[in-house]
Design a protein around this ligand. Structure first.
Ligand SMILES: N[C@@H](CCSC[C@H]1O[C@@H](n2cnc3c(=O)[nH]cnc32)[C@H](O)[C@@H]1O)C(=O)O
Ligand SMILES: [Zn+2]
Length: 428
């Protein structure tokens, strides 16, 4: 498919131009072929009018648990430990493959409608998420969350099978990594086994680190060191590492993250709602660490709205640091695009709109009262845009939403089935 997006304002996130006032984007097959003047020599099958629209890279949700949409607004107003142990884990034990299939599709509908084109998921029954990814046309990293219990070896084998069956599928839109859940749910030996599997598969690690003060205090008591120093000493950081949260980290932890090129994922909505705290995003960015952005699951947020996370990242850090220049709009947008691509080890292909990169981009309709006047477009993306302003979503060169109509999924059926499965789950 060849597409021309005409007369568009472009926020390329390429590190050079914050905004190109008016240009034309040619997409051929699944790549960005040309950005600039109209090319008579390029044949196009589809022309999109870019008037009153902004093009930017698709948003990347670098940490989530998309099957948890079935548990949205199910367990609220609890701190992480109680939330997990008293409500979430007992209910998750009753989930089946079908539940995860419909819950994941519901999350994919929400993500597409909010301009998310790629995500990194950590859950179980991950084949169901793979099926959803193939159907939806989104891009994603599948990781089977590994909480050590009497099924630990089975879960490790599930990860090996997941990699064999899904890595690189969907025309390269799907990847698989290894996900030891956290240092407080995995013994040192199991963490090392997970790392060994990641090295065997030549893939990365996806892990929760230093989310709460309790986690860090318990780690100090048990191991005499922070969670980050603990996994560093175990050698876990010697492979590509996506570290969700990194809230309670000290300067030594940040130095380790810089030295080992760890990709922390800031989940401001989840950290606020679970009263986990405020990650030192500005400090990590200033140390050259590519902090990415995520929503965590929609049961601890309670949505998957990445424009909301961009806004939170841009305003929380200003208040926390008492510095109005902290995490400016462009930095918050980088967290949700190019830094997310780096975290998913995909930045050669996605995360910015550049020649030769994959055509993962979104068009935002700025002909809305809450987006006038059109002063600073980059500011509007961090301080005014709403998820519902996303008009068109293109992934791998394929239009998966146009004029807010999703082309690849049956939204009404998904809403019905997700509701049915969620209600059945609670009755089980
Ligand atoms: N309970 C299943 C699935 C584990 S996947 C990932 C796990 O992370 C849990 N989770 C969701 N959000 C968070 C978070 O913010 N911190 C830690 N764990 C979380 C989620 O509920 C799920 O249990 C099993 O043991 O096989
Ligand atoms: Zn999480």
């Amino acid at each position: 498919m060849s597409i021309l997006i005409k007369n568009i304002k472009l926020v390329p996130m390429d590190g050079k131009n914050e905004l190109i006032e008016s240009t034309n984007i040619y997409i051929v097959d699944n790549k960005i072929m040309h950005i600039g003047e109209i090319r008579e020599d390029l044949h196009v099958e589809k022309i999109i009018d870019g008037n009153n629209k902004i093009a930017m890279p698709g948003l990347i949700n670098a940490h989530t648990h998309i099957g948890m949409s079935l548990l949205r607004n199910f367990a609220d107003d609890l701190p992480l430990h109680d939330w997990l142990t008293k409500k979430i884990w007992p209910t998750e034990a009753k989930l089946n493959a079908d539940d995860i299939y419909w819950g994941s599709l519901l999350s994919m509908v929400e993500m597409i409608q909010g301009g998310t084109t790629a995500f990194c998921d950590m859950y179980f029954f991950m084949d169901e998420v793979g099926k959803g990814l193939e159907e939806s046309g989104m891009r994603g990293v599948l990781t089977r969350g590994l909480i050590e219990d009497d099924q630990a070896q089975i879960k490790l084998n599930e990860t090996r099978e997941l990699f064999k069956n899904w890595h690189s599928r969907g025309n390269g839109r799907i990847k698989v990594m290894v996900a030891p859940h956290a240092p407080y749910t995995c013994s040192p030996d199991f963490l090392k086994e997970s790392f060994k599997l990641a090295k065997e598969l030549n893939t990365g690690i996806h892990i929760h680190l230093s989310e709460t003060k309790k986690e860090v205090d318990d780690s100090s008591k048990l191991y005499g060191k922070s969670p980050i120093k603990h996994v560093y000493d175990l050698g876990l950081l010697d492979t590509h590492t996506i570290a969700a949260h990194c809230v309670h980290v000290d300067d030594n932890d940040i130095e380790i993250m810089r030295e080992k090129n760890v990709y922390p994922v800031n989940n401001p909505g989840s950290n606020l709602k679970l009263a986990s705290g405020f990650a030192p995003v500005d400090k990590m960015l200033k140390r050259g660490i590519s902090v990415a952005l995520g929503t965590d699951g929609s049961s601890s947020n309670n949505n998957l709205n990445m424009f909301e996370e961009i806004n939170l990242a841009a305003i929380i850090n200003k208040a926390v640091n008492l510095d109005a220049v902290s995490v400016p709009a462009i930095s918050a947008l980088e967290m949700a695009t190019i830094n997310g691509a780096k975290a998913l080890n995909w930045d050669k292909e996605i995360g910015s709109i550049k020649l030769g990169k994959k055509a993962d981009l979104i068009l935002i309709d700025i002909d809305k009262p809450h987006l006038y006047p059109h002063h600073n477009i980059v500011s509007s993306l961090a301080y005014s845009v709403q998820a519902s302003d996303v008009d068109t979503v293109i992934v791998d060169g394929k239009i998966i939403m146009e004029n807010r109509e999703i082309k690849t999924l049956d939204v009404e059926k998904i809403k019905f089935m997700a509701e049915k499965h969620a209600k059945d789950l609670i009755r089980r």
